[in-house]
Design a protein around this ligand. Structure first.
Ligand code: ZN
Length: 162
């Protein structure tokens, strides 16, 4: 196991055991739900903003360890950030989870703990689990109260791009 594998295990287990920002917000400006029928993960994300900054974010739902840990990491990374940065971060995470090339040092620094999620690429069937929270976040940022699904057959819903 290399260092990143260790970090992956450690960060995931820790966030699964003690998810951050799990629950509901008092004041919700944006929300979206995500569903991954391949695994049975189902979570919703609520977001509060002031000016152009995400002042608070929470998620709730049911999911496997990777789904919950990734959503927990997502809320931790996004809280307190300007919306523009949140969009960039989400795009970086989609890339991290889908591309082949390893991160360079600069990227690893920028993503911090989130870089651990690239360990999930070794388990292709779990990538959508890790993406779910981020995809729900994207839907929040688009402003819709939509339900997303990873199942492309469910027409009428936005689906996770393969
Ligand atoms: Zn899952």
């Amino acid at each position: 196991m290399n260092m990143l594998d260790d970090l992956y295990q450690e960060v995931l287990l820790e966030h699964k055991k003690r998810p951050r920002n799990c629950g509901r917000l008092q004041c919700v400006h944006r929300c979206a739900a995500g569903h991954n029928p391949l695994c049975g993960d189902s979570i919703s994300v609520q977001l509060a903003e002031s000016g152009d900054v995400v002042t608070d974010i929470a998620f709730e739902g049911q999911g496997c360890a990777i789904c919950i840990a990734s959503a927990s990491l997502m809320t931790e990374a996004v809280k307190g950030r300007p919306l523009a940065e949140v969009r960039q971060l989400s795009a970086a995470m989609h890339e991290l989870l889908t591309r082949e090339a390893p991160l360079d040092d600069g990227e690893q620094d920028r993503l911090g703990k989130l870089a651990a999620l690239q360990g999930v690429r070794r388990f292709p069937s779990r990538i959508k689990c890790a993406m779910l929270g981020w995809c729900a976040l994207d839907e929040c940022l688009k402003g819709g109260a939509a339900t997303i699904t990873t199942d492309p057959r469910e027409a009428g819903h936005a689906s996770l791009a393969a």
